[in-house]
Design a protein around this ligand. Structure first.
Ligand SMILES: Cc1ncc(COP(=O)(O)O)c(C=O)c1O
Length: 332
């Protein structure tokens, strides 16, 4: 769809590349695997949030905000990219980081957290909460009461405004695959706050492209996640005024790969991250893309995705978190 009617600031290097993962495909002996490199969006380490922030920051500026407020888990990639976007736009930003689990000093202070401070975000902390977005709105109220003009956006930037970024990405993937003469059989992506998967589904429906998308859950049950993805996709359609309808059957998530809980390493994630690093020089992350890739690998080994097919793995970024999980990957 034509997104030019929506305000947008320039933050991302687009289009990101669509690359063939030849060595990984050979190693697994199944389909041809391609990677859409949204880890290369270019803003302070890149990642999927940059596309969403182009629309969110534009709306904040249009509303005359001087301060952004948002939320995430301790090692949030969304928060890191939001702080970078605020820096670039000349806005103040206050963030709330939820300590969903306690690990070690690397987890608490390195990786994304170190970068949050480096880029000048005002960082607040809280323990586990029932609803992080509500806790974030409470922080926004306090910042507002202190005299700031605030713009609050939820975890992962997954409002209909932020989700616009992935409508655009769907069109980009289709155009690149077309140029490469690749017929995509499936897109596989990590799913957390749902905006990435929801935006892709809207973009594909708008383009009349019958390409299935599988969202690999990073912590929620399949039923809850599918309900939330569908609802966000429908809200986004309504926001854009598109006529496309989202078929509930097109919303498919899998909750078999996140292990014990959000952010907790799994052996399959460690294998997936290590395999991509050693065969492709491709850095995944421990919380999202590593688990999503472990799902893709498992499905190839189980024969769900087969030789002769083409699978696009959407790399949503997150490598900064590797430094927060040093000991998981053999660091002393
Ligand atoms: C690296 C990475 N991949 C995937 C996701 C999930 O994207 P979404 O929140 O849009 O579902 C996130 C979001 O937090 C992320 O940081």
């Amino acid at each position: 769809m034509d997104l030019t009617k929506f305000r947008r600031v320039h933050l991302a290097q687009l289009p990101t590349p669509l690359e063939s993962l030849k060595a990984l495909s050979r190693e697994l002996g199944g389909p041809d695997i391609y990677v859409k490199r949204d880890d290369c969006t270019g803003l302070a380490g890149g990642g999927n949030k940059t596309r969403k922030l182009e629309f969110l920051v534009a709306e904040a500026m249009e509303q005359g905000a001087d301060t952004l407020v948002t939320v995430g888990a301790t090692q949030s990639n969304h928060v890191r990219q939001s702080i970078a976007a605020a820096a670039k736009a000349g806005l103040r930003i206050e963030v709330l980081l939820e300590e969903r689990m306690r690990r070690d000093n690397d987890y608490a202070e390195n990786g994304n957290v170190m970068l949050d401070h480096l880029m000048g975000g005002v960082v607040h902390h809280c323990g586990p909460v029932a609803d992080l977005n509500i806790a974030g709105e409470e922080l926004a109220d306090k910042v507002h009461a202190a005299g700031r003009k605030i713009y609050f956006f939820p975890a992962g930037g997954s409002s209909p405004v932020g989700t616009l970024g992935y409508i655009d990405c769907a069109a980009e993937i289709l155009a690149q695959a077309d140029d490469m003469n690749v017929e995509i059989d499936h897109i596989v992506v990590a799913c957390g706050s749902q905006g990435t998967q929801a935006g892709l589904l809207v973009g594909l429906a708008d383009a009349n492209a019958a390409v299935p998308v599988l969202g690999i859950s990073v912590g929620r049950s399949q039923a809850e996640l599918e309900r939330k993805v569908l609802s966000l996709a429908q809200d986004t359609v309504a926001y854009t005024g598109l006529t496309a309808t989202i078929n509930p059957d097109s919303v498919v998530c899998d909750d078999s790969f996140f292990g014990e809980a959000y952010g907790q390493p799994t052996d399959a994630m460690i294998e997936a991250v290590t395999l991509c690093a050693r065969l492709e020089g491709l850095l995944l992350d421990p919380v999202y893309t590593g688990k999503a890739m472990s799902g893709l690998i498992a499905k190839i080994r189980a024969g769900v995705y087969k030789k002769g097919q083409s699978i696009v793995f959407l790399h949503t970024g997150g490598q900064a978190a590797l430094h927060a999980y040093r000991t998981t990957f053999g660091g002393q």
